[in-house]
Design a protein around this ligand. Structure first.
Ligand code: NAI
Length: 258
């Protein structure tokens, strides 16, 4: 139980990595706020899993592209649980689009969710954490679900890469500004994990073959490959860890090709 009695928010937690993190956090002893935009049924399933682990959960519908909804998510958490210890800004989207065809709508859609929404989720949580630090000397944990593409390019995903590249420096910037309030800020950078976001890749045998050839550990990741590092970063054990990115990618980022 590495997160005993902590209060965590995980954005975009009705599916994929976010859901696995929410369920793992509950098994580690945390109460969890589950956020979804459209998939109420899947969010309800996640709530059931949190409760089955013996913890309290709260489901909040909120669109992470809408700053007032992001703030409402955090405020509802504090109203319900009295505080927020951990914010995992996980919600994200991507869509293959050739760079010459990216229009303003596509750019804004990606940026509003992946970068602006993540920033305001972190900022709103940090305001509560900072107040708590002033009152009780306890800070908090912010974790951005970034990507290997905060570091390496991805053809047909220029806006997505820009959003994750933005998270790289956002993490560093928040870490240096918020350290004096004992708020840590870190990025988790997955690479090719089996989730709905990768449906186009997972349905294409040729692309899977290429990907495996570029992955030293020789397989595609599972959501539970990611939850361990997120749990560590959220835990007391990571109290001196801030401003860094942790790659969970089977070696994909640094693979070497002749
Ligand atoms: P996913 O598609 O299952 O999860 C994304 C979640 O974000 C979904 O639950 C979706 O409903 C939610 N979401 C999307 N737009 C939203 C909005 N406007 N408001 C609230 N929620 C919204 O896919 P996955 O893989 O679990 O993605 C989670 C995060 O991990 C994303 O930020 C993604 O960029 C990142 N990631 C995933 C990788 C992978 O290989 N699966 C690799 C690198 C990064």
């Amino acid at each position: 139980m590495r997160l005993k009695d902590q209060v965590a928010v995980v954005t975009g937690s009705s599916t994929g990595i976010g859901r696995a993190v929410a369920e793992r956090f509950a098994r580690e002893g945390a109460d969890v706020v589950i956020n979804y935009r459209k998939s109420a049924d899947e969010a309800a399933e996640c709530l059931k899993a949190v409760e089955a682990a013996g913890r309290r959960g709260l489901v909040v519908q909120a669109d992470m592209a809408d700053v007032s909804a992001v703030r409402r998510l955090v405020d509802q958490t504090v109203e319900e649980f009295g505080r927020i210890d951990i914010m995992v800004a996980n919600a994200g989207v991507e869509k293959e689009t050739p760079v010459l065809e990216i229009d303003e709508e596509h750019w804004d859609w990606i940026m509003d969710i992946n970068l602006k929404g993540a920033f305001f989720a972190a900022q709103t949580a940090a305001k509560h954490m900072a107040k708590r630090f002033d009152a009780e000397g306890v800070g908090g944990r912010i974790i951005f679900m970034s990507s290997v593409h905060e570091e390496i390019p991805f053809p047909l995903h220029a806006a997505y890469c820009a959003s994750k590249g933005g998270l790289k420096l956002l993490c560093r910037g928040l870490a240096v500004e918020l350290g004096h309030k004992q708020i840590t800020v870190n990025n988790v950078c997955p690479g090719a994990i089996k989730t709905p976001i990768n449906a186009p890749l997972l349905s294409n045998k040729e692309r899977i073959k290429d990907l495996l050839a570029q992955t030293p550990l020789g397989r595609i990741g599972e959501t539970d490959d990611v939850t361990g590092i997120v749990t560590f970063l959220a835990s007391e054990e990571a109290r001196f860890v801030t401003g860094s990115s942790y790659f969970v990618d089977g070696g994909l980022t640094w693979h070497y090709e002749e």
